[in-house]
Design a protein around this ligand. Structure first.
Ligand SMILES: Cc1cc2nc3c(=O)[nH]c(=O)nc-3n(C[C@H](O)[C@H](O)[C@H](O)COP(=O)(O)OP(=O)(O)OC[C@H]3O[C@@H](n4cnc5c(N)ncnc54)[C@H](O)[C@@H]3O)c2cc1C
Length: 134
C-alpha cells in the first residue's frame, strides 16, 4: 500500500489548516471586552441581594484580581483608576450591578458609544422576557 501524500492531499490539508486558523483567531480587545463584560454583568446580576460577609469579600477579591489580570494594559489601567475613585460596591446585587454599569458607561463614553440606561441592567442581564431562558 502506498503511503505517499499526493500534491492534492497536501493542498487540501493546507487549505483546511488555513480555514481552521481563520476560525480560531485569538481574542482582540473587542471580543475580549464583550466576553468580559458578559461575565462581569452576569456575575453581578446573580449576586445575592443580601450577601454574607464572606460573599462580599469574595466578590471584592474577584473584581480586584480581575482588574489586576485583565489582559489589555490600557483597559486595566483605566479600570483600576476608576476603582480608586469609586471602590467596588459589594453590599447588594443592585449596588454591584449599578457600580459595574457606571464603570462600563465610562468605557462606552471613552469609545464614543452610547451610554446604557442603568435602570435596565437586570432586564438586559437576567430577566428579559423576550429571551427563551430568562
Ligand atoms: C474592564 C474593561 C475595560 C475596557 N477598556 C477598554 C478600553 O480602554 N479601550 C477599548 O477599546 N476597549 C475597552 N474595553 C472593551 C470595550 O468596553 C468593549 O467590550 C468592546 O469595544 C466591544 O464592544 P461591544 O460593542 O461588543 O459591546 P460591549 O461594550 O462589550 O457591551 C456588551 C453589551 O453590554 C451591554 N452594555 C453596554 N453598556 C452597558 C452598561 N453600562 N451596563 C450594562 N450593560 C451594558 C450592551 O447590551 C452591550 O451589547 C474594555 C472592557 C472591559 C471589560
Amino acid at each position: 500500500m502506498s503511503t505517499s501524500v499526493s500534491d492534492s492531499d497536501q493542498s487540501t490539508s493546507a487549505a483546511s489548516e488555513s480555514s481552521w486558523q481563520k476560525r480560531n483567531c485569538p481574542a482582540d480587545v473587542e471580543t475580549l471586552g464583550n466576553a468580559a463584560w458578559t461575565l462581569l454583568h452576569t456575575a453581578a446580576a446573580y449576586y445575592p441581594d443580601r450577601p454574607a460577609p464572606s460573599q462580599m469579600e469574595s466578590m471584592r477579591t474577584f473584581i480586584t484580581t480581575f482588574a489586576d489580570n485583565y489582559p489589555c494594559w490600557y483597559c486595566k489601567d483605566d479600570f483600576k483608576k476608576a476603582m480608586e475613585k469609586e471602590p467596588v460596591r459589594v453590599g447588594s446585587r443592585k449596588k454591584l450591578s449599578e457600580w459595574l454599569c457606571r464603570r462600563h458607561n465610562e468605557v462606552n463614553e471613552k469609545l464614543g458609544k452610547p451610554a446604557f440606561d442603568c435602570t435596565q441592567v437586570f432586564k438586559k442581564w437576567v430577566e428579559n422576557p423576550e429571551c427563551n431562558d430568562s
